[in-house]
Design a protein around this ligand. Structure first.
Ligand SMILES: NC(=O)c1ccc[n+]([C@@H]2O[C@H](COP(=O)([O-])OP(=O)(O)OC[C@H]3O[C@@H](n4cnc5c(N)ncnc54)[C@H](O)[C@@H]3O)[C@@H](O)[C@H]2O)c1
Length: 330
């Protein structure tokens, strides 16, 4: 299929472009590189349009020129804290921009859409592991912006009969391409595994663990760490599944929860180096434990995470970070 990957120069988008190419599809990156990396385009050697998704003539031309069948939409802002400080920026780029993408797709007659949603749409869940039937009460503008798009997608399907979509709710994306060619580079970096590895490499002074008195196995927060290649594979399966299904809502996680202390210990084992850690008080807004029930993705898409333990995930990230301690080209 010809796939427009909006946000394809970013972390998850770039890994999906790589997997799409390997699977014999034709990905086209569409990214304004505001938070992405031009280097990715050179490394992946795929057609790319460097433009904003709000540039309607350019987006329309990209959809038509490349005879796009499916849009995979990764482009968004994705910092919870930033969304609290600058909510309008989040509603603008995550909601209004997505509406523009969908409207332009409609004009071009492109009717298949795979959307990056998030476990943040669940807010504080009533029960874990989290199923897709959990109530969705997000606690940040970021989570709300993603939930709003889920509503837009459902509403759009009512009047646009050909429109098909998959909304994939990821848990904590992590890891890097196992061949070390592309990796994770956010600025600022807030994700646990990169921060740990950058602390080991001396790029960051150390890491702070927020809260050691949670009612979990060792007192620290528990999360579901899902390898970026597993996420990429799920997108491809979801896209293919839209041949027969009109609507897909799925969690993407391993179904296993690991604590912050377990991740630190695994990073020390993989790298053979000590992590400089400071223990601090709990941070407002951090849920105790979040992990997925991934059954629906298995039943619906035939997808299951291949990286089920943090060791292989951290090994893949270490392969990248030890050669790129400050990310692409820095
Ligand atoms: N990283 C995670 O753990 C995680 C978890 C759940 C959901 N998500 C979602 O997955 C998606 C990808 O996350 P990521 O970590 O790869 O983010 P990222 O910031 O690395 O990538 C996003 C890309 O989108 C581009 N972009 C943003 N706005 C754009 C616009 N208006 N026009 C053109 N390009 C634009 C950026 O330049 C960047 O390359 C996001 O939608 C995020 O909300 C991420």
């Amino acid at each position: 299929m010809n796939v427009l990957v909006a946000g394809g120069a970013g972390y998850i988008g770039s890994h999906t472009v790589k997997r799409l190419k390997e699977a014999g599809h034709n990905p086209v990156i569409y990214d304004n590189v505001g938070r992405g990396h031009r280097e990715v385009i050179d490394i992946l050697k795929v057609p790319a349009v460097i433009a904003d998704l709000n540039d309607r003539p350019k987006l329309l031309a990209a959809l038509r020129d490349h005879k796009i069948d499916t849009v995979m939409h990764f482009a968004a802002y994705a910092y919870v804290g930033e969304s609290v400080d600058q909510p309008l920026m989040y509603y603008q780029n995550n909601v209004a921009t997505t509406v523009n993408v969908l409207d332009t797709m409609k004009e071009a007659g492109v009717s298949r859409f795979v959307f990056s949603s998030t476990c943040a749409t669940y807010g504080d869940p009533d029960s874990i592991p989290i199923t897709e039937d959990e109530k969705q009460l997000p606690v940040s503008p970021y989570g709300r912006s993603k939930l709003m798009v889920e509503h837009v997608l459902k509403d759009l399907q009512v009047g646009w009969k050909d429109f098909k979509f998959a909304a994939l709710r990821y848990f904590n994306a992590c890891g890097c391409a196992t061949d070390g060619t592309i990796g994770e580079d956010h600025d600022p970096e807030t994700h646990l595994i990169p921060v740990i590895l950058q602390a080991i490499l001396g790029v960051k002074p150390g890491i702070t663990v927020f809260g050691t008195d949670y009612p979990t196995k060792d007192g620290t927060n528990v999360r579901d760490y899902i390898h970026v290649d597993d996420l990429a594979d799920a997108h491809i399966l979801a896209m293919e599944k839209l041949d027969t299904l009109k609507t897909v809502f799925c969690n993407l996680g391993t179904g296993n929860g690991f604590s912050v202390k377990e991740i630190i210990a695994t990073a020390e084992k993989v790298t053979g180096k000590k992590v400089p850690v400071t223990f601090g008080p709990r941070r407002a807004g951090d849920a105790i434990a979040l992990y997925a029930n991934p059954k629906r993705a298995k039943d619906l898409l035939g997808w299951e995470a291949k990286h089920k333990n943090p060791e292989s995930i951290i090994q893949s990230a270490w392969n990248w970070f030890k050669d790129h301690p400050r990310g692409y080209g820095k």
